[in-house]
Design a protein around this ligand. Structure first.
Ligand SMILES: C[S@@+](CC[C@H](N)C(=O)[O-])C[C@H]1O[C@@H](n2cnc3c(N)ncnc32)[C@H](O)[C@@H]1O
Length: 205
């Protein structure tokens, strides 16, 4: 552990998420683009565990400082320099279009404004290679129901703070469909969180 700001939630969830990712991804080289990397705890933990993964962390331009410091201090050669990327504002760089095996995000979809969610799926669709995976970790509703009382309370608090709030899996599925991304499965993780897996359609689909 270093002296940089640390998210306790990320410390708790990084191992179960890594286990899921390792099970989903093939053994060969993987180019991953992470949206909303926060403190960089996931990026550095995942990249250290899998040297064959090349990990591109990103954050809002104004929040890049801690992420840059943690990635630099990690000394990991398979972490690329963090990039400013804001869903709803930033374009996918031309050099990365159809270039990623994985787009990953953790605990961002309930933070960003709901009107940004279509842009999130649009970006993921442009970033991924055919058959690439979009993997989203966090709390989700399903068929307009919360999966726990604590998530319901969390949702009320988020919306009161001006965040978009906990999104519904069925709504995300529709946004994904519109961008050639097919919902594949949800995996239950501790603390009523889920991993949602979407796959970019192969060009012949
Ligand atoms: C709760 S934090 C999660 C950070 C990290 N992924 C984690 O799991 O610890 C939410 C993150 O989403 C980022 N974020 C909010 N709106 C965003 C947007 N429109 N585009 C990209 N990132 C955004 C914030 O800067 C913040 O780092």
């Amino acid at each position: 552990m270093d002296d940089l700001p640390c998210s306790e939630a990320s410390e708790r969830n990084k191992r179960p998420i890594l286990q899921v990712l390792a099970g989903l991804l093939h053994e060969g080289p993987v180019y991953a683009f992470e949206i909303g990397s926060g403190t960089g705890q996931h990026a550095t933990f995942f990249a250290a565990a899998h040297p064959q993964w090349r990990w591109q962390p990103t954050e809002l331009p104004e929040n890049l400082g801690i992420l840059e410091q943690r990635c630099e201090r990690s000394g990991l050669e398979n972490i690329l320099p963090p990039m400013g990327f804001e869903v709803g504002e930033s374009d996918v760089p031309d050099s990365l279009q159809n270039g990623c095996d994985l787009v990953f995000t953790a605990n961002t979809l309930h933070i960003m404004l709901s009107e940004r969610l279509p842009f999130f799926f649009h970006s993921a669709g442009r970033l991924l290679k055919p058959q690439g995976l979009l993997v989203c970790y966090g709390p989700f509703m399903e068929n307009a129901e919360h999966n726990s009382a604590s998530n319901h309370e969390f949702d009320v608090a988020l919306r009161a703070q001006g965040c978009g709030g906990i999104p519904d899996i069925r709504q995300l599925e529709l946004l994904a469909d519109a961008n050639d991304l097919r919902f594949q499965e949800q995996i239950h993780l501790p603390a009523n969180n889920r991993v949602l897996v979407f796959q970019k359609l192969a060009t012949f689909d």
